[in-house]
Structures are given as C-alpha cells and as structure tokens.
Ligand binder design. Sequence first.
Ligand code: ADP
Ligand code: MG
Length: 340
Amino acid sequence: PLDAPRRPIRELPDELVSQIAAGEVVERPASVVRELVDNALDAGADQITVRLVAGGIRAIVVEDDGCGIPPEELPLALKRHATSKIGSLAELEGVTTMGFRGEALAAIASVSETAIVSRPVDAPQARRLDARSGELQPAARGQGTSIEVRELFFSTPARRKFLKSEATELSHAVEAVRRHALARPDVGFAIWHEGKLVEQWRRATHEQRMADVLGADFVDQSRPVDFQAGPMRILGRAGLPEAARNRSDHQYVYVNGRYVRDKLIQHALRSAYEDVLHGQRQPAYVLFIDIEPTRVDVNVHPTKIEVRFRESGEVYSTVRRAVERTLALPAGAALPAAPL
Ligand code: ADP
Ligand code: MG
C-alpha cells in the first residue's frame, strides 16, 4: 500500500519554475557570461566588456554598446518565455540570432541578484531595473546595455557548493568569451577581473583574431579551410598533424556562428585526422560550418550546445572531406570548390 498520501496537483510559482529552468542553463559563472555575451551580440554590439569579481561568483557585469532596451520593456526582459527575437514557429525554424527561448535572463535572475541598466538609441537617459525589488530608476550610461549579476546561487547553496575555485571559474568564464571572440572578429572584447585587464581582443580580421586568441603558432601551423558542398560551407583553419597537441583545448566548431559540441562533427573530424595522427594526439582546429538555418535544429538543448542536422550523413561526409582535402593539399595550394 502507498504510505505517502497523494498531494494535489498544483502549479508551481513562477520564481520556482525559473529556478528549476536555471538548473539547465546556469551551471556556473561561465554559463552566465555566455548567455549575456549572446545577448550583447544579438543586440548588435561592436564592443563587449566583461567584468568579473571572484571568478564571477561575486559579480559578473557585461556591458555592450548595442541597441538597448526601452524602459517599458525592461520588466519583460526578465520574464520567462519573453523574447524580442522570434514570434512564430516559422521564425523559430529560420532563427539566426543566438537567443530565442526568452529564458536566460529569467533563469539568471532567479539564482542571483540581477540588475539591468539600459539606454536605447535616442533615449535621453538610461534606466536601471533591479530584478528583485522591481524598482526602476534613472541611471547614467551611454547607448547600450549593462547586465549585472551578483552573488550567483546565493539562494541555492546546494548549487553554489558545486562551484570550483575562483581561478577555475575565471578560466571557464574567459573560455566562454574566447568562444565568442573566435566567431566574431568584427566585435571587440575585453575581460576584466577585479580591476585588472585579463584579455583584450580588438576588432580584427578572422585570421588575426585567431592569432590573437589562440596564438600566432596556431595560424602558422594550420591550413585555411574553405569548402563548399550543396547548402553547406565550411570555413576556418585545420591544424597540421605535426602540430597536434596533448590537449583538446584548441578545438572549436561553430554551426551558423554558434559554438557547438556535436558528436557527429567530432566523429567526422576524428576520422579526417585518423590516418595522419598518432596515439592520443589532438588536432587543433577552428571550423565554421554554415548551413541553411532550416536544415539544422538548434532547439535541442537549453544551452544550444547540441544541434540536430536534417541531413546528418551529408554533414558528416562534408566535414570529413573538407578537412581531409585541406590536409592532403601541398603546402600553399588553394582548395578548389567541391562539385555539388
Ligand atoms: P532571448 O535571448 O532568448 O530572447 P533572454 O532572456 O536572454 O532571452 O533575453 C530576453 C530579452 O531581453 C531579449 O529577447 C532581448 O530583447 C532583451 N535583451 C537581453 N539582453 C539584451 C542586451 N544586452 N541588449 C538588448 N536587449 C537585450
Ligand atoms: Mg539570450
């Protein structure tokens, strides 16, 4: 017999729903940084500054010079499932922005002390919204948005306990920005930790940005990839086998500008390098896979780190061929466009 009496079904309060959702999206300071930089990029920012205190555990502030948020929409920005990025299923299927779920800010605000300071184009003044009190006040800043996230997981000590040292959290947060910076050389990035400049990447060409972020060695010891097949184009650089490393830390794959960790693509890359690499050596690569948005589903995982391809077999063989052919070329030769 059941010993626990059944409790009636109840709707959970909004705050609790957001805290539950936050479990999927917000694992550590780096996840917050990632979401806030996504938003800054979606807002069309040219310059993004990330400021951290205690590895991001005490404070994360992301400032941009993007389009801003009108004061009357500030409370909506924090509401779950509220977004300016899509409005229909058709738009979801062709989505080109980093965000679209309208969940990140609500989730972050439910597990931290969050405030938004924003000044849209042509607005005479900035406004600051404190998420917890709901208070809206005049504030000072130029065009754009600052999101301030303090005391992450202060209300959920169980989660806070999973955080690592400040140094480790800082390095994850820097890595989150590095992933964005590789994909967006047209945007300037700066990262500050407790008043010290940790990284600065000025606007540059793609190749210069890779050198700035991964080191000049990476560019010297890799070949440019430029491969087109049907609805797919693959750009970037593939590291030479001689330059393979013991660590897999220089492996970056993007699908339509979004950093992904995709099993299918990783497998395709492993097989492309299989015959030329020895033992556990790890190739370095930065690959940008561009594919018609309707052929890829990015709405598979709340953090969008996984994707699903409509024609996964084609994607697999195209990625593999792109890298195999690049590696097989005599040094200095250009890769001809593949037949469709
Ligand atoms: P999503 O990015 O999926 O839309 P978020 O919760 O991350 O959801 O953000 C909610 C909304 O707040 C966005 O759709 C956008 O309109 C607005 N917003 C958030 N950050 C910024 C920013 N830095 N600049 C301008 N608007 C922003
Ligand atoms: Mg977002």
